[in-house]
Design a protein around this ligand. Sequence first.
Ligand SMILES: Cc1cc2nc3c(=O)[nH]c(=O)nc-3n(C[C@H](O)[C@H](O)[C@H](O)COP(=O)(O)OP(=O)(O)OC[C@H]3O[C@@H](n4cnc5c(N)ncnc54)[C@H](O)[C@@H]3O)c2cc1C
Length: 422
Amino acid sequence: MPINVEEVAGLEPALNEIRRRTAELVNEEILPVEDELGWMLRGYAADAAEKERHRRRAIALKEEIKAKVADAGLWAPHLPTEYGGMGLDFLSLAYMHEVLAYATGASELFGVAAPNAGNASVLAKYGTPEQKERFLIPLVEGEMESGFSMTEPETAGSDPRSLKAEALRQGDEWVINGHKWFTSNGIAADFFIVMCRGNDPSGELGPAGQMVQIIVPTATKGVKILRGVGIFGHEHSDHCEVLYENVRVPVENTLGLVGQGHQAAQDRLGAGRVYHCMNSVGQMWRAFDLMVERALTREVHGGLLKDKQFIQGFIADSYMDLQSARLMTVAAAEKVARGDPEARTAISAIKVFVPAAFARVVDRAIQVWGGAGVTNDLPLSRMFLTARVLRIADGPDEVHRILVAKNLIHRYESDRPLDFAS
Ligand SMILES: Cc1cc2nc3c(=O)[nH]c(=O)nc-3n(C[C@H](O)[C@H](O)[C@H](O)COP(=O)(O)OP(=O)(O)OC[C@H]3O[C@@H](n4cnc5c(N)ncnc54)[C@H](O)[C@@H]3O)c2cc1C
Protein backbone atom coordinates (compact mmCIF):
# COMPACT_ATOMS: atom_id res chain seq x y z
CA MET A 1 0.00 0.00 0.00
CA PRO A 2 1.42 3.48 -0.88
CA ILE A 3 1.78 6.15 1.80
CA ASN A 4 -1.11 8.60 1.73
CA VAL A 5 0.30 12.08 2.26
CA GLU A 6 -2.22 14.91 2.38
CA GLU A 7 -1.70 18.62 2.87
CA VAL A 8 -1.04 19.41 6.54
CA ALA A 9 -3.05 22.45 7.62
CA GLY A 10 -0.85 25.18 9.05
CA LEU A 11 2.40 23.94 7.46
CA GLU A 12 4.19 26.24 5.06
CA PRO A 13 3.31 25.45 1.43
CA ALA A 14 6.99 24.72 0.67
CA LEU A 15 7.07 22.07 3.38
CA ASN A 16 3.82 20.48 2.25
CA GLU A 17 5.38 20.35 -1.20
CA ILE A 18 8.51 18.58 0.16
CA ARG A 19 6.33 15.99 1.91
CA ARG A 20 4.34 15.47 -1.30
CA ARG A 21 7.46 15.04 -3.46
CA THR A 22 9.07 12.72 -0.89
CA ALA A 23 5.93 10.58 -0.86
CA GLU A 24 5.90 10.51 -4.64
CA LEU A 25 9.44 9.09 -4.71
CA VAL A 26 8.64 6.59 -1.96
CA ASN A 27 5.48 5.40 -3.74
CA GLU A 28 6.70 5.39 -7.33
CA GLU A 29 10.40 4.60 -7.11
CA ILE A 30 11.07 2.73 -3.85
CA LEU A 31 8.07 0.68 -2.69
CA PRO A 32 7.60 -1.13 -6.03
CA VAL A 33 11.21 -2.42 -5.93
CA GLU A 34 11.62 -2.64 -2.15
CA ASP A 35 12.24 -6.37 -2.10
CA GLU A 36 14.93 -6.06 -4.79
CA LEU A 37 16.95 -3.52 -2.82
CA GLY A 38 18.57 -6.15 -0.63
CA TRP A 39 16.87 -5.09 2.62
CA MET A 40 14.28 -7.82 2.84
CA LEU A 41 16.66 -10.82 2.83
CA ARG A 42 14.04 -12.87 1.01
CA GLY A 43 16.27 -15.90 0.76
CA TYR A 44 16.41 -16.04 -3.03
CA ALA A 45 18.20 -18.92 -4.70
CA ALA A 46 21.01 -20.41 -2.65
CA ASP A 47 23.00 -20.50 -5.86
CA ALA A 48 26.03 -18.17 -5.53
CA ALA A 49 25.78 -16.76 -9.08
CA GLU A 50 22.10 -15.96 -8.59
CA LYS A 51 22.85 -14.25 -5.25
CA GLU A 52 25.57 -12.18 -6.92
CA ARG A 53 23.11 -11.17 -9.66
CA HIS A 54 20.67 -9.93 -7.00
CA ARG A 55 23.44 -8.06 -5.17
CA ARG A 56 24.47 -6.24 -8.34
CA ARG A 57 20.88 -5.46 -9.26
CA ALA A 58 20.36 -3.97 -5.77
CA ILE A 59 23.45 -1.75 -6.11
CA ALA A 60 22.38 -0.54 -9.58
CA LEU A 61 18.81 0.11 -8.42
CA LYS A 62 20.01 2.11 -5.41
CA GLU A 63 22.17 4.30 -7.64
CA GLU A 64 19.23 4.90 -10.03
CA ILE A 65 16.95 5.90 -7.16
CA LYS A 66 19.58 8.14 -5.56
CA ALA A 67 19.92 9.98 -8.90
CA LYS A 68 16.12 10.49 -9.00
CA VAL A 69 16.16 11.75 -5.40
CA ALA A 70 18.91 14.24 -6.35
CA ASP A 71 16.96 15.32 -9.48
CA ALA A 72 13.94 15.98 -7.28
CA GLY A 73 16.14 18.21 -5.09
CA LEU A 74 15.69 15.98 -2.04
CA TRP A 75 19.24 14.63 -1.51
CA ALA A 76 20.94 15.14 1.89
CA PRO A 77 18.16 17.37 3.28
CA HIS A 78 20.04 17.83 6.60
CA LEU A 79 23.08 19.55 5.08
CA PRO A 80 23.56 23.18 4.09
CA THR A 81 23.25 23.84 0.35
CA GLU A 82 26.96 24.81 0.14
CA TYR A 83 27.79 21.14 0.89
CA GLY A 84 25.33 19.71 -1.60
CA GLY A 85 22.34 19.38 0.73
CA MET A 86 18.86 20.95 0.81
CA GLY A 87 19.59 23.13 3.83
CA LEU A 88 16.27 22.23 5.44
CA ASP A 89 15.58 23.67 8.87
CA PHE A 90 15.16 21.34 11.83
CA LEU A 91 11.38 21.12 11.81
CA SER A 92 11.08 20.64 8.05
CA LEU A 93 13.59 17.83 8.25
CA ALA A 94 11.59 16.12 10.99
CA TYR A 95 8.43 16.31 8.83
CA MET A 96 10.30 14.88 5.85
CA HIS A 97 11.72 11.97 7.87
CA GLU A 98 8.33 10.52 8.79
CA VAL A 99 7.44 10.28 5.10
CA LEU A 100 10.67 8.83 3.75
CA ALA A 101 10.89 6.26 6.58
CA TYR A 102 7.69 4.63 5.33
CA ALA A 103 9.94 2.61 3.00
CA THR A 104 12.39 0.55 5.05
CA GLY A 105 15.98 1.59 4.41
CA ALA A 106 14.98 4.70 2.39
CA SER A 107 17.14 7.00 4.51
CA GLU A 108 20.16 5.64 2.61
CA LEU A 109 18.51 6.60 -0.69
CA PHE A 110 17.89 10.17 0.54
CA GLY A 111 21.47 10.53 1.89
CA VAL A 112 20.35 10.73 5.54
CA ALA A 113 21.34 7.28 6.82
CA ALA A 114 23.18 6.92 10.13
CA PRO A 115 26.04 7.17 10.80
CA ASN A 116 27.03 9.05 7.61
CA ALA A 117 24.38 11.75 8.09
CA GLY A 118 25.45 12.52 11.68
CA ASN A 119 29.12 12.51 10.71
CA ALA A 120 28.42 14.88 7.82
CA SER A 121 26.56 17.30 10.13
CA VAL A 122 29.42 17.24 12.65
CA LEU A 123 32.01 17.77 9.89
CA ALA A 124 29.93 20.66 8.49
CA LYS A 125 29.79 22.29 11.94
CA TYR A 126 33.25 21.57 13.37
CA GLY A 127 35.43 20.67 10.36
CA THR A 128 38.27 22.81 9.01
CA PRO A 129 38.14 23.77 5.30
CA GLU A 130 40.69 20.99 4.58
CA GLN A 131 38.67 18.38 6.51
CA LYS A 132 35.53 19.40 4.63
CA GLU A 133 37.32 19.08 1.32
CA ARG A 134 38.87 15.72 2.15
CA PHE A 135 36.06 14.01 4.10
CA LEU A 136 32.76 15.92 4.00
CA ILE A 137 32.41 16.49 0.26
CA PRO A 138 33.20 12.85 -0.72
CA LEU A 139 30.83 11.69 2.04
CA VAL A 140 27.96 13.80 0.71
CA GLU A 141 28.71 12.78 -2.87
CA GLY A 142 28.60 9.10 -1.88
CA GLU A 143 32.27 8.58 -2.72
CA MET A 144 33.12 7.73 0.90
CA GLU A 145 31.53 5.87 3.81
CA SER A 146 32.10 6.57 7.51
CA GLY A 147 31.54 5.36 11.06
CA PHE A 148 31.28 6.88 14.53
CA SER A 149 33.46 5.06 17.05
CA MET A 150 32.60 5.90 20.64
CA THR A 151 31.24 2.86 22.52
CA GLU A 152 33.74 0.51 24.19
CA PRO A 153 33.23 -3.04 25.47
CA GLU A 154 35.12 -2.36 28.69
CA THR A 155 33.39 0.89 29.69
CA ALA A 156 29.72 1.90 30.03
CA GLY A 157 28.44 3.58 26.88
CA SER A 158 25.65 5.09 28.94
CA ASP A 159 28.27 6.95 30.99
CA PRO A 160 30.58 8.51 28.37
CA ARG A 161 32.75 10.03 31.13
CA SER A 162 34.11 6.52 31.72
CA LEU A 163 35.49 6.20 28.19
CA LYS A 164 39.12 4.98 28.07
CA ALA A 165 40.49 5.23 24.50
CA GLU A 166 43.47 7.60 24.59
CA ALA A 167 44.96 9.96 22.06
CA LEU A 168 48.50 10.88 23.10
CA ARG A 169 50.10 13.78 21.28
CA GLN A 170 53.60 13.12 19.98
CA GLY A 171 54.93 16.03 17.91
CA ASP A 172 52.54 16.70 15.04
CA GLU A 173 50.67 13.44 15.52
CA TRP A 174 48.07 11.82 17.72
CA VAL A 175 48.86 8.26 18.76
CA ILE A 176 45.57 6.49 19.46
CA ASN A 177 45.11 3.36 21.55
CA GLY A 178 41.67 2.03 22.29
CA HIS A 179 39.14 -0.74 21.96
CA LYS A 180 35.70 0.06 20.54
CA TRP A 181 32.66 -1.85 19.46
CA PHE A 182 29.33 -1.16 17.83
CA THR A 183 31.07 1.11 15.32
CA SER A 184 28.22 0.90 12.81
CA ASN A 185 28.96 0.81 9.07
CA GLY A 186 32.48 -0.27 10.08
CA ILE A 187 32.97 -2.74 7.23
CA ALA A 188 32.32 -0.21 4.46
CA ALA A 189 33.75 2.87 6.19
CA ASP A 190 36.67 4.82 4.71
CA PHE A 191 37.10 6.80 7.91
CA PHE A 192 35.92 6.82 11.50
CA ILE A 193 35.27 9.72 13.82
CA VAL A 194 36.83 8.33 17.00
CA MET A 195 35.99 9.63 20.47
CA CYS A 196 39.11 9.68 22.65
CA ARG A 197 40.47 11.11 25.84
CA GLY A 198 43.09 13.64 24.67
CA ASN A 199 46.51 13.83 26.27
CA ASP A 200 48.82 16.56 25.02
CA PRO A 201 51.84 16.66 27.38
CA SER A 202 52.74 20.14 26.07
CA GLY A 203 49.36 21.43 27.26
CA GLU A 204 49.08 23.40 24.01
CA LEU A 205 45.85 21.63 23.02
CA GLY A 206 44.33 21.79 26.49
CA PRO A 207 44.59 19.86 29.76
CA ALA A 208 44.92 16.06 29.66
CA GLY A 209 41.84 13.86 29.94
CA GLN A 210 39.40 16.01 27.96
CA MET A 211 37.30 14.44 25.23
CA VAL A 212 38.27 14.91 21.63
CA GLN A 213 36.96 13.59 18.33
CA ILE A 214 39.61 12.60 15.80
CA ILE A 215 39.17 11.64 12.15
CA VAL A 216 40.90 8.32 11.48
CA PRO A 217 41.04 6.88 7.93
CA THR A 218 40.34 3.16 8.27
CA ALA A 219 43.37 2.30 6.12
CA THR A 220 45.71 3.80 8.76
CA LYS A 221 48.23 1.34 10.19
CA GLY A 222 47.04 -0.05 13.53
CA VAL A 223 43.28 0.16 12.81
CA LYS A 224 42.11 -3.43 13.22
CA ILE A 225 38.52 -4.36 12.48
CA LEU A 226 38.21 -7.51 14.56
CA ARG A 227 34.68 -8.50 13.51
CA GLY A 228 31.25 -7.35 12.50
CA VAL A 229 29.53 -8.27 15.77
CA GLY A 230 26.75 -10.80 15.23
CA ILE A 231 23.40 -9.58 16.56
CA PHE A 232 19.93 -11.10 16.98
CA GLY A 233 21.08 -14.52 15.81
CA HIS A 234 22.73 -13.24 12.62
CA GLU A 235 26.31 -14.35 12.18
CA HIS A 236 27.61 -10.91 11.16
CA SER A 237 26.58 -7.29 11.19
CA ASP A 238 28.26 -4.05 10.18
CA HIS A 239 28.44 -2.99 13.85
CA CYS A 240 32.17 -3.55 14.24
CA GLU A 241 34.56 -4.31 17.03
CA VAL A 242 37.64 -2.21 16.34
CA LEU A 243 41.07 -2.16 17.94
CA TYR A 244 43.19 0.99 17.64
CA GLU A 245 46.81 0.02 18.26
CA ASN A 246 49.32 2.88 18.15
CA VAL A 247 47.33 4.49 15.36
CA ARG A 248 49.11 7.65 14.17
CA VAL A 249 47.22 10.47 12.50
CA PRO A 250 48.24 14.12 12.07
CA VAL A 251 47.05 16.58 14.70
CA GLU A 252 45.19 18.34 11.85
CA ASN A 253 42.70 15.45 12.02
CA THR A 254 41.33 16.82 15.30
CA LEU A 255 37.64 17.57 14.73
CA GLY A 256 36.85 20.75 16.65
CA LEU A 257 38.86 21.46 19.77
CA VAL A 258 40.15 19.14 22.47
CA GLY A 259 37.43 19.37 25.12
CA GLN A 260 34.64 19.78 22.55
CA GLY A 261 34.24 16.03 22.02
CA HIS A 262 31.20 15.63 24.26
CA GLN A 263 29.50 18.72 22.90
CA ALA A 264 29.98 17.51 19.31
CA ALA A 265 28.56 14.11 20.29
CA GLN A 266 25.59 15.83 21.96
CA ASP A 267 24.99 17.99 18.88
CA ARG A 268 24.85 14.86 16.79
CA LEU A 269 22.77 12.77 19.18
CA GLY A 270 20.31 15.48 20.25
CA ALA A 271 19.14 16.26 16.73
CA GLY A 272 19.59 12.63 15.73
CA ARG A 273 17.16 11.44 18.41
CA VAL A 274 14.36 13.58 16.97
CA TYR A 275 15.04 12.26 13.46
CA HIS A 276 15.23 8.66 14.76
CA CYS A 277 11.85 9.19 16.41
CA MET A 278 10.32 10.66 13.24
CA ASN A 279 11.78 7.68 11.35
CA SER A 280 10.13 5.40 13.89
CA VAL A 281 6.84 7.21 13.33
CA GLY A 282 7.19 6.65 9.56
CA GLN A 283 7.81 2.95 10.15
CA MET A 284 4.92 2.67 12.60
CA TRP A 285 2.74 4.28 9.94
CA ARG A 286 3.79 1.57 7.47
CA ALA A 287 3.22 -1.19 10.04
CA PHE A 288 -0.21 0.28 10.79
CA ASP A 289 -1.17 0.38 7.09
CA LEU A 290 0.02 -3.21 6.67
CA MET A 291 -1.99 -4.33 9.70
CA VAL A 292 -5.21 -2.71 8.46
CA GLU A 293 -4.63 -3.95 4.91
CA ARG A 294 -4.42 -7.52 6.20
CA ALA A 295 -7.39 -7.12 8.50
CA LEU A 296 -9.52 -5.99 5.56
CA THR A 297 -8.75 -9.02 3.43
CA ARG A 298 -7.89 -12.06 5.59
CA GLU A 299 -10.71 -14.54 6.17
CA VAL A 300 -10.52 -16.55 9.40
CA HIS A 301 -13.17 -18.63 11.12
CA GLY A 302 -15.95 -17.51 8.82
CA GLY A 303 -15.25 -13.79 8.76
CA LEU A 304 -12.76 -11.08 7.95
CA LEU A 305 -10.18 -10.17 10.60
CA LYS A 306 -11.49 -6.58 10.59
CA ASP A 307 -14.73 -7.82 12.14
CA LYS A 308 -13.05 -9.55 15.11
CA GLN A 309 -12.92 -7.45 18.27
CA PHE A 310 -9.39 -8.53 19.23
CA ILE A 311 -8.16 -7.15 15.91
CA GLN A 312 -10.24 -3.98 16.24
CA GLY A 313 -8.55 -3.49 19.62
CA PHE A 314 -5.12 -3.84 17.95
CA ILE A 315 -6.09 -1.20 15.38
CA ALA A 316 -7.45 1.23 17.96
CA ASP A 317 -4.48 0.84 20.34
CA SER A 318 -2.02 1.22 17.47
CA TYR A 319 -3.75 4.37 16.25
CA MET A 320 -3.40 5.83 19.77
CA ASP A 321 0.26 4.78 20.04
CA LEU A 322 1.05 6.27 16.65
CA GLN A 323 -0.80 9.54 17.22
CA SER A 324 0.70 10.11 20.66
CA ALA A 325 4.23 9.21 19.53
CA ARG A 326 3.94 11.48 16.51
CA LEU A 327 2.49 14.47 18.35
CA MET A 328 5.09 14.18 21.14
CA THR A 329 7.86 14.09 18.56
CA VAL A 330 6.52 17.07 16.61
CA ALA A 331 6.19 19.01 19.88
CA ALA A 332 9.80 18.12 20.80
CA ALA A 333 11.00 19.16 17.34
CA GLU A 334 9.15 22.49 17.70
CA LYS A 335 10.87 23.08 21.05
CA VAL A 336 14.28 22.41 19.48
CA ALA A 337 13.44 24.65 16.53
CA ARG A 338 12.57 27.63 18.74
CA GLY A 339 15.58 27.09 21.04
CA ASP A 340 13.41 26.24 24.07
CA PRO A 341 15.65 25.17 27.01
CA GLU A 342 13.05 22.50 27.88
CA ALA A 343 13.82 20.72 24.60
CA ARG A 344 16.27 18.35 26.33
CA THR A 345 13.51 16.97 28.54
CA ALA A 346 11.20 16.60 25.55
CA ILE A 347 13.90 14.80 23.52
CA SER A 348 14.64 12.34 26.31
CA ALA A 349 10.91 11.72 26.77
CA ILE A 350 10.38 10.83 23.10
CA LYS A 351 13.58 8.75 23.11
CA VAL A 352 11.87 6.50 25.70
CA PHE A 353 8.25 6.71 24.55
CA VAL A 354 8.52 6.40 20.78
CA PRO A 355 10.63 3.20 20.45
CA ALA A 356 8.32 1.50 22.97
CA ALA A 357 5.22 2.61 21.03
CA PHE A 358 6.94 1.57 17.80
CA ALA A 359 7.59 -1.91 19.23
CA ARG A 360 3.95 -2.27 20.35
CA VAL A 361 2.54 -1.29 16.95
CA VAL A 362 4.89 -3.58 15.02
CA ASP A 363 4.22 -6.41 17.44
CA ARG A 364 0.46 -6.14 16.80
CA ALA A 365 0.98 -5.90 13.03
CA ILE A 366 3.08 -9.09 13.15
CA GLN A 367 0.35 -10.80 15.14
CA VAL A 368 -2.34 -9.85 12.60
CA TRP A 369 -0.22 -11.21 9.75
CA GLY A 370 0.34 -14.51 11.57
CA GLY A 371 3.32 -16.53 10.31
CA ALA A 372 3.85 -14.16 7.38
CA GLY A 373 4.51 -11.41 9.93
CA VAL A 374 7.82 -12.91 11.03
CA THR A 375 9.07 -13.71 7.52
CA ASN A 376 11.48 -11.57 5.54
CA ASP A 377 8.77 -11.15 2.89
CA LEU A 378 7.42 -8.21 4.91
CA PRO A 379 9.39 -5.38 6.54
CA LEU A 380 7.81 -6.07 9.96
CA SER A 381 10.42 -8.40 11.46
CA ARG A 382 13.18 -5.96 10.56
CA MET A 383 11.20 -3.11 12.13
CA PHE A 384 10.70 -5.17 15.27
CA LEU A 385 14.46 -5.53 15.74
CA THR A 386 15.03 -1.85 14.96
CA ALA A 387 12.51 -0.85 17.62
CA ARG A 388 14.27 -3.06 20.19
CA VAL A 389 17.71 -1.63 19.37
CA LEU A 390 16.39 1.93 19.70
CA ARG A 391 15.71 1.33 23.40
CA ILE A 392 19.48 0.99 23.88
CA ALA A 393 21.31 2.89 21.13
CA ASP A 394 21.83 6.66 21.60
CA GLY A 395 21.40 6.21 25.32
CA PRO A 396 19.33 3.47 26.99
CA ASP A 397 15.80 4.12 28.31
CA GLU A 398 16.91 4.31 31.94
CA VAL A 399 19.37 7.15 31.33
CA HIS A 400 16.71 9.20 29.54
CA ARG A 401 14.07 8.50 32.19
CA ILE A 402 16.51 9.71 34.85
CA LEU A 403 17.14 12.88 32.84
CA VAL A 404 13.42 13.59 32.38
CA ALA A 405 12.75 13.11 36.08
CA LYS A 406 15.76 15.20 37.17
CA ASN A 407 14.82 18.13 34.91
CA LEU A 408 11.20 18.09 36.05
CA ILE A 409 12.04 17.78 39.75
CA HIS A 410 14.51 20.64 39.34
CA ARG A 411 11.75 22.83 37.85
CA TYR A 412 9.42 22.18 40.75
CA GLU A 413 12.20 22.72 43.30
CA SER A 414 12.92 26.06 41.61
CA ASP A 415 9.28 27.04 41.94
CA ARG A 416 8.59 26.70 38.22
CA PRO A 417 5.85 24.08 37.98
CA LEU A 418 4.98 22.87 34.50
CA ASP A 419 2.50 24.46 32.18
CA PHE A 420 1.69 21.43 30.05
CA ALA A 421 0.33 23.67 27.29
CA SER A 422 3.70 25.32 26.64
C1 LIG B 1 22.71 -1.84 16.84
C2 LIG B 1 23.54 -0.85 17.61
C3 LIG B 1 24.25 0.12 16.89
C4 LIG B 1 25.10 1.00 17.59
N1 LIG B 1 25.85 1.91 16.86
C5 LIG B 1 26.80 2.63 17.50
C6 LIG B 1 27.73 3.45 16.75
O1 LIG B 1 27.66 3.56 15.53
N2 LIG B 1 28.73 4.06 17.43
C7 LIG B 1 28.86 3.97 18.79
O2 LIG B 1 29.79 4.55 19.33
N3 LIG B 1 27.98 3.24 19.53
C8 LIG B 1 26.97 2.55 18.92
N4 LIG B 1 26.11 1.76 19.65
C9 LIG B 1 26.30 1.63 21.09
C10 LIG B 1 25.21 2.25 21.95
O3 LIG B 1 25.20 3.64 21.84
C11 LIG B 1 25.44 1.74 23.37
O4 LIG B 1 25.17 0.34 23.37
C12 LIG B 1 24.59 2.44 24.40
O5 LIG B 1 25.01 3.79 24.57
C13 LIG B 1 24.66 1.73 25.77
O6 LIG B 1 25.96 1.54 26.20
P1 LIG B 1 26.44 0.07 26.67
O7 LIG B 1 26.07 -0.90 25.62
O8 LIG B 1 27.88 0.18 27.03
O9 LIG B 1 25.56 -0.27 27.92
P2 LIG B 1 25.87 0.10 29.45
O10 LIG B 1 26.32 1.53 29.55
O11 LIG B 1 26.74 -0.94 30.02
O12 LIG B 1 24.44 0.00 30.10
C14 LIG B 1 23.80 -1.27 30.24
C15 LIG B 1 22.42 -1.09 30.81
O13 LIG B 1 22.52 -0.53 32.09
C16 LIG B 1 21.34 0.19 32.40
N5 LIG B 1 21.73 1.50 32.93
C17 LIG B 1 22.69 2.33 32.48
N6 LIG B 1 22.77 3.43 33.24
C18 LIG B 1 21.85 3.28 34.22
C19 LIG B 1 21.44 4.06 35.35
N7 LIG B 1 22.01 5.24 35.61
N8 LIG B 1 20.45 3.57 36.15
C20 LIG B 1 19.86 2.39 35.89
N9 LIG B 1 20.20 1.63 34.83
C21 LIG B 1 21.18 2.05 34.03
C22 LIG B 1 20.54 0.30 31.10
O14 LIG B 1 19.47 -0.64 31.14
C23 LIG B 1 21.54 -0.10 30.05
O15 LIG B 1 20.93 -0.69 28.92
C24 LIG B 1 25.20 0.92 18.98
C25 LIG B 1 24.45 -0.03 19.69
C26 LIG B 1 23.62 -0.90 19.01
C27 LIG B 1 22.86 -1.93 19.81
